[in-house]
Design a protein around this ligand. Structure first.
Ligand code: PLP
Length: 400
């Protein structure tokens, strides 16, 4: 520990690590754990996308590319942004990186000065606050209410902005709540942001494709083009194309910012994998015929989880319009006693109880900045999901 740099102290140990350790330990003992904690689709990467990666290897596209991505990939990204989002970027306004995560990290590291404030609507993706801390900034949380569909309200945003505000992190569809901001929602936020030129906006669109009708995806830069020069639109192939392991994300934004991110990337990881870049081109360019089938499957699974929750005394949730999570209120389970005689007082104890008693892994809402809740990821096999629901119901019935 004496060798550790002070900056590491700014990073919390992952708030979900305790559960992950228990999951691993139980699995090692041969216990059949059903994991509803994982933030990824269970679908295989579509064949034509995998094939594009294989062809890149065979062709010998296995060398360094431009740090910010090959010209072909950038063209595919620019075309995608224009065709699907109505946002026009030039080649020096886009960058590809090793996952959306790296791009977000680099954007913050490149711009956040000591003490700068970064507004993080809560609940939030677990990595935002720690990335801000590593960049020596201060995360300022803006609580979003379940009764507002978990969406940041314009008045709350206006009240939270100070002269020290550098960024607003905006994530739609949202992890962990599944909230989807409508064009009207974004427009209202945009009007507030127009009044504060010191604020940059990070639009984390990584779940773009996972919008369940009637909800529809919209991106801030297309809704309020007057803000475009202050928006970093972050996206990637991880969630929409079931490509988490390929590590390929991309972003569009003002050239000064893209350039700064590229400099950081050039001195750290360089270009994202050339093979993943080739696969990403196929993902972005070819028709996503598989997507409707995926969405139908996810909607069926979402229904499975919602029916389960409705039938449990102590859990509740509104239908989440996007992503593949249900963020369930578990306040009704608090105060109850487990068969072992322990009283559940916080959501992490509920998650731990479900793991021990039902062998189902979920994540406590407190890890995402809102409690008492459970994030239930439903992108797993239908039969396993049904079994998980039965096990959760039984474990909840055993509470007194
Ligand atoms: N943003 C959000 C909200 C996420 O949930 C995730 C992944 O969990 C990411 C970004 C990072 O995605 P990537 O796999 O492209 O790094």
């Amino acid at each position: 520990a004496e060798f550790l740099a002070p900056r590491l102290r700014r990073v919390r140990p992952s708030p979900t690590a305790a559960i992950s350790d228990q999951v691993r330990a139980l699995a090692q003992q041969g216990v059949d754990i059903i994991n509803l904690g994982e933030g990824e689709l269970d679908f295989d990467t579509p064949g034509h996308i995998k094939q594009a990666g294989i062809e890149a290897i065979v062709r010998g596209d296995t060398k360094y590319t431009a740090v910010s991505g090959s010209a072909e990939l950038k063209t595919a990204i620019i075309t995608k942004f224009e065709r699907e989002n109505g946002i026009r970027y030039q080649a020096n306004e886009v960058i590809a990186g090793t996952g959306a995560k790296q791009l977000i990290f680099n954007a913050l590291l490149a711009t956040v000065r000591l003490g700068d404030e970064v507004l993080v609507p809560a609940p939030y993706w677990v990595s935002y606050p720690d990335m801000v801390a590593l960049a020596e900034g201060e995360a300022r949380f803006i609580p979003c209410a379940e009764s507002n569909g978990w969406k940041l309200q314009a008045t709350d945003l206006a009240a939270a902005i100070t002269p020290a505000t550098r960024w607003l992190m905006l994530n739609s569809p949202n992890n962990p709540t599944g909230a989807v901001y409508s064009p009207e929602d974004l427009y209202a936020l945009g009007q507030v942001l127009l009044e504060h030129p010191q604020v940059l906006i990070l639009a984390d669109d990584i779940y773009e494709q996972i919008c369940h009708p009637p909800s529809q995806f919209a991106s801030l830069a297309s809704i309020e083009p007057r803000l475009k020069q202050r928006i970093l639109t972050v996206n990637g192939v991880s969630k929409g194309y079931s490509m988490t392991g390929w590590r390929l994300g991309y972003a569009g934004g003002p050239s000064w910012l893209i350039n700064a991110m590229q400099i950081l990337q050039s001195q750290s990881t360089s270009n994202p994998s050339s093979i993943s870049q080739a696969a990403a081109i196929a993902a972005l360019e070819q028709p996503a015929d598989f997507m409707n089938g995926w969405l139908e499957t996810l909607q069926r699974r979402r229904k499975t989880v919602m029916s389960c929750i409705e039938a449990i005394d102590g859990l509740s949730a509104d239908l989440p319009p996007g992503a593949f999570y249900v963020f369930a209120n578990c306040s009704g389970l608090l105060g109850k006693k487990t068969p072992a005689g322990e009283t559940l007082t916080r959501d992490n104890e509920v998650a731990a109880y479900l793991l021990q008693a039902a062998h189902v892994a979920t994540l406590q809402g407190s890890a995402f900045g809102a409690s008492p809740y459970l994030r239930i990821a439903y992108a797993i096999d239908d039969a396993r999901l049904k079994l998980a629901c039965e096990r959760i119901s039984r474990a909840c019935r055993e509470l007194r």
